[in-house]
Design a protein around this ligand. Structure first.
Ligand code: PAF
Length: 297
């Protein structure tokens, strides 16, 4: 049985730790420097049915990377490279599973860890931090993993324990396509809700109809250029359904901006702009500049 080491104790990382541990899977948390010298606090998970459960995890720090057997990366996108580079003694056989939001970091990770199996993934579980070590699981989701290099092809078996613990996990040979599908949704909902200071569901108010129409068209255009075959009408239906399902949520970008944290705008809208080429994407560009200005960089 492998031990799952979770790097990134944000909402999604803590929910994954909780769901794995309550299924008897060994879990450790790779903690950052600010936790050093403190007593390792117990993580508490509020399950979908509202029960409070203590989660058993083992604390680890970067210099103990030699003990990591399977690494799940759930940090903020802009922390991924820095946090991974600190794991100098990570064994070459340890699979690295990238589950962070946003895209554009893969080449750098592959260059840093040329021998490790590197897997990319997407997860749509809803999670909310209610305290430093208190996390609420707010929605059941799907989790997909797939190979980002040849070595990762031998790691398809990792989805079985994940599926048992999370309710769903699958293996996809087109993980890049699934990441693009998720990024397309994020590229519409996140910057718009952050820029207008609204909950996801408010995007369906008539005052946002025009900008939603134009932005979804721009995002769809870039996705088509990247090989996505989904029609614009289907993309809009999928977008609407995510907005409806998460209507009362504040998006992660909204929350980051609201709490004065750096956002993932570079790895979401920035990724898209970087791949737009000659395509006209004025709303994307304007939102990118707006969020960058508001976060102060
Ligand atoms: O980033 C987020 O907040 C979520 O991915 C989504 C789907 C936009 C819902 O809030």
């Amino acid at each position: 049985m492998t031990e799952w080491t979770i790097m990134g104790a944000g909402a999604v990382g803590c929910v994954l730790a909780g769901l794995l541990s309550r299924r008897g899977e060994p879990v450790s948390l790779l903690l950052s420097e600010r936790h050093r010298g403190h007593l390792h606090p117990s993580l508490e998970l509020i399950t979908l049915s509202g029960q409070h459960e203590l989660v058993h995890t083992r604390p680890l720090f970067a210099e103990q990377a030699a003990a990591v057997t399977t690494l799940l990366v759930t940090t903020k996108a802009y922390q991924v490279i820095g946090a991974l580079s600190a794991l100098r003694s990570l064994p070459a056989a340890t699979p690295i599973i990238l589950l962070h939001n946003g895209m554009g970091l893969l080449d750098e990770v592959l260059a840093h860890f040329p021998h490790n199996p590197v897997l990319a993934g997407v997860s749509s579980h809803g999670a909310l931090k209610e305290g430093d070590w208190l996390v609420r699981h707010t929605g059941k989701g799907e989790t997909w993993l797939g190979p980002a290099n040849e070595a990762a092809r031998a790691c398809a078996g990792l989805v079985e324990p994940l599926a048992r613990a999370l309710g769903h996990a699958g293996w996809s040979e087109d993980i890049l396509g699934l990441q693009h599908r998720k990024l397309a949704i994020n590229a519409v909902i996140n910057p718009l809700t952050a820029s207008h200071d609204i909950r996801n569901g408010q995007l369906l108010e008539p005052r946002f109809a025009a900008v939603l129409e134009q932005l979804s068209e721009e995002v769809h255009r870039v996705m088509a250029r990247l090989g996505q075959q989904e029609s614009l009408a289907r993309f809009r239906r999928r977008l609407r359904s995510v907005i409806e399902l998460t209507a009362t949520n504040y998006s992660s970008m909204h929350q980051d901006l609201h709490h004065g944290r750096r956002t993932e705008i570079d790895q979401i809208t920035g990724y898209l702009l970087g791949r737009a080429g000659e395509l006209p994407v004025p709303v994307c560009r304007q939102l990118y500049q707006d969020i960058r200005r508001r976060q102060g960089r």
